[in-house]
Design a protein around this ligand. Structure first.
Ligand code: SAH
Length: 347
């Protein structure tokens, strides 16, 4: 993390920095609240600071603030997809979804991704760089400020592999749940991973009761390898063992994501194999009809097949939901909007 990135600093660190500038501790608290609670975009909005201090801060700590390039509103539901520009002109995407329990924002954790999942648009150009904690936070801050509505839930399920940007992720979660900031309960934060065992075990020991979701997408190693190159590196059982350890240490119910791809992982036998693989775990399965991307020819399973897959899992007494397809008309699947933007402007 860049040392001068003020929005990525914990209050204690900020207090230390301000002390070096000859400022009292309460000043750091004021600035922290402007940044993380009042969500200002620049120092001039920090009206209880002297002009002199504001000018000094501008020079020493240029503020990381994302610029909205595009906001697409779905016609079928109230999903809004945002395209943000970073300081280095790269673009990332975030999605706001409205549920009866509140507003949920899905954020990106990296620019691009190096995990290579075959059906995912985010991974096509590889990983460009990690996002800073401030850049993860600001996706939520800007969406809350722009919409004027409180964000109550955050899912790290956008572009990128969060556990491949571990330290920044942890700092992001701690800042997001800080009572002096947006104060989003860790219980309302979900991190989705393609399954990096060391990262999962490390996360379990952080004492942050977030929900962990595992992108499983297959009932066995062979099928998983067809869809997810990371499966060549880590055996499914090894990933599941780490995931179980996460439950043992945190007591948080586990979530499995399973994208249904026609003819690949959507047969009855796959549902039965999946049920046997995860039986006995306190878990929940989220079935996602795969969102076809134009670069690959994967097809979505038929509704009947999806329903049948669900029924089989339920027979085995597994908690299962079919994810509502929100914002399908606005390129809402992982990485699709960013990809279409890059394609348009790079030609
Ligand atoms: N890297 C993390 C988080 C980002 S992807 C992970 O792998 O979990 C978030 C979820 O969306 C993952 O389950 C991913 O496999 C899924 N996903 C990505 N592209 C998709 C698509 N086109 N259709 C359906 N699910 C997709």
């Amino acid at each position: 993390m860049e040392n001068l990135d003020i929005k990525s600093l914990y209050l204690e660190e900020l207090t230390e920095k301000l002390k070096e500038m000859g400022q009292p501790a309460f000043r750091a608290k004021q600035i922290f609240e402007w940044l993380h609670e009042k969500l200002v975009e620049n120092y001039d909005e920090m009206t209880n600071l002297s002009k002199e201090l504001r000018e000094k801060l501008k020079k020493t700590y240029p503020l990381v603030t994302l610029k909205v390039v595009d906001a697409l509103r779905s016609r079928s539901d109230e999903t809004v997809k945002y395209l943000f520009q970073l300081e280095d002109n790269r673009v990332i995407e975030s999605v706001r979804m409205k549920y009866h329990h509140g507003n949920s924002v899905c954020i990106s954790s990296q620019v691009g991704c190096r995990m290579g999942c075959k059906f995912c648009a985010s991974t096509i150009g590889g990983k460009e760089r990690d996002l800073l904690p401030s850049e993860m936070l600001d996706q939520i801050y800007r969406i809350q400020a722009l919409s004027g509505e409180r964000v109550s839930n955050v899912v790290v399920m956008g572009t990128g592999e969060p556990l491949d940007n571990y330290d920044n992720l942890i700092r992001f979660i701690k800042l997001l749940s800080d009572p002096k900031g947006l104060n989003i309960s860790t219980r309302n934060i979900t991190v989705s991973t393609c399954g990096l065992p060391e990262g999962i075990r490390k996360l379990a020991k952080e004492g942050l009761p977030i929900t962990l979701a595992l992108s499983l997408h297959a009932p066995n190693n062979e099928i998983r390898k067809q869809l997810m190159p990371i499966a060549n590196q880590y055996d499914l059982q090894e990933v599941l063992d780490a995931f179980k350890d996460y439950y043992d240490l945190t007591g948080r119910r586990l979530t499995f994501e399973y994208s249904l791809v026609e003819g690949v992982n959507d047969e009855e036998e796959h549902a039965k194999e999946l049920a046997n693989l995860i039986k006995g775990l306190n878990c929940h399965v989220n079935l996602i009809p795969v969102n076809p991307i134009k670069e690959r020819n994967f097809k979505k399973s038929e509704n009947k097949k999806i329903q049948n897959f669900k029924n089989i899992l339920e027979k085995y007494r597994i908690n299962v939901t079919i994810r509502r397809e929100m914002g399908a008309d606005i390129n809402a699947a992982c990485g699709q909007l960013r990809k279409s933007y890059i394609d348009k402007y790079s030609n």
